[in-house]
Every structure is written in C-alpha cells, then in structure tokens.
Design a protein. Structure first.
Length: 66
C-alpha cells in the first residue's frame, strides 16, 4: 500500500511478510492516520483483535467488494 492510498475507512490486510506471524493476513479497517503524509502510521481496527498501530507499508489494500 502506498502512503497516499491509506484513507480512514479503507479495508486493509496485514501483509504476509509482517514480522508478527500472529497478525499476518488479518483484516481490518483504518481508523486514524498519524505523522507525515508521506510516511504515515495507521491505527487499524482488526476484525478479531481490536486496534493495532501499523506503518503504511505493512498493509495491503483489499479490493472493493472483497
């Protein structure tokens, strides 16, 4: 995911190469954006775990309607 693509309300998936194996592949919704617009951190409300903070590059976008 590119920094400029990360918008509040967008559905995302945690990348399969994420350092935490427990979070890999989980799905959630972006709730908040933090930091420089070109290098942001995101609060993501995961469907199964509550809110977790990620860097934008740790996420991948989910196609609309998926």
């Amino acid at each position: 995911m590119l920094s400029e693509e990360a918008r509040i309300g967008k559905r995302v998936r945690i990348r399969q190469d994420h350092r935490s194996t427990a979070l890999r592949g989980m799905v959630g919704t972006i709730e908040k954006r933090w930091g420089n617009p070109e290098y942001i951190a995101l609060d993501v409300m995961l469907d199964d775990r509550g809110s977790v903070l990620f860097w934008y590059y740790e996420l991948e976008k989910i196609a609309e309607g998926a």
